[in-house]
Design a protein around this ligand. Structure first.
Ligand code: RB5
Length: 145
């Protein structure tokens, strides 16, 4: 799967580790959209890069990491076609895919350990949307774009 990833300074360290994890353990083709260092940056600038990659179909899914995951989710979700959420547990990652057909997962680099974020990413990338009764609900969300 082709996956776009980015962070701000609060998520930089985990972003670097997650790129390696997704490539080596999950066999993903990862597009690292920056930043290249832990220097202070504004998270919306990086959220939009990943959100647009997903929106245009350049990437199938997106991963964003900031201090909390919240700012990234707020920014990414503004882009049409994107369903982004801050996720801090594996069950929520599973439901985000099964019920919401989420396509951009936003992680906390400061309050969630790397090992848990790896499991969240694995679940996010490997869980299918259930469709069925969720189809019309997700369509109503997308009609708000
Ligand atoms: C940056 O200090 C911090 O605000 C950011 O990483 C993120 O947590 C925003 O939601």
């Amino acid at each position: 799967m082709r996956v776009a990833i980015a962070s701000d300074h609060g998520g930089f360290e985990q972003k670097q580790a997650l790129v390696a994890y997704m490539e080596s353990e999950l066999g993903c083709e990862v597009i690292d959209m920056g930043p290249d260092s832990d220097a202070s940056v504004d998270y919306p600038d990086f959220a939009v890069k990943v959100a647009e990659a997903v929106s245009t179909g350049d990437a199938e899914r997106g991963v964003l990491v900031c201090g909390t995951g919240i700012g990234m989710a707020l920014a990414a979700d503004k882009v049409a076609g994107v369903r982004a959420s801050s996720i801090t547990s594996v069950p929520f990652a599973e439901l985000f895919r099964q019920h919401n057909n989420g396509n951009v997962v936003c992680l906390s680099g400061r309050f969630v350990e790397l090992e848990l974020n790896e499991q969240i990413v694995k679940t996010f990338l490997e869980t299918e949307f259930e469709g069925g009764r969720h189809e019309a609900r997700v369509a109503k969300i997308m009609a708000l774009d």
